[in-house]
Design a protein. Structure first.
Length: 60
């Protein structure tokens, strides 16, 4: 069973999550707003076990 299904099956909440493949600044702003604003946490796709996780505080 994948992790997301396991969380749901056990009533474990998970933060809003998006898969993003764009560098369009307007689209990125909409995604940040959807997520609740800065700061946001980003990570690479593909089971890196936390390697490469970053906190982003702004577009700057």
């Amino acid at each position: 069973m994948d992790p997301i299904s396991t969380y749901k099956a056990n009533d474990i909440t998970m933060p809003k999550t998006l898969n993003l493949f764009s560098r369009d600044r307007d689209l990125l702003q909409k995604y940040v707003e959807f997520l609740g604003g800065f700061p946001i946490i980003i990570k690479s796709l593909g089971g890196s076990h936390g390697v490469g996780v970053m906190k982003i505080d702004s577009f700057s």
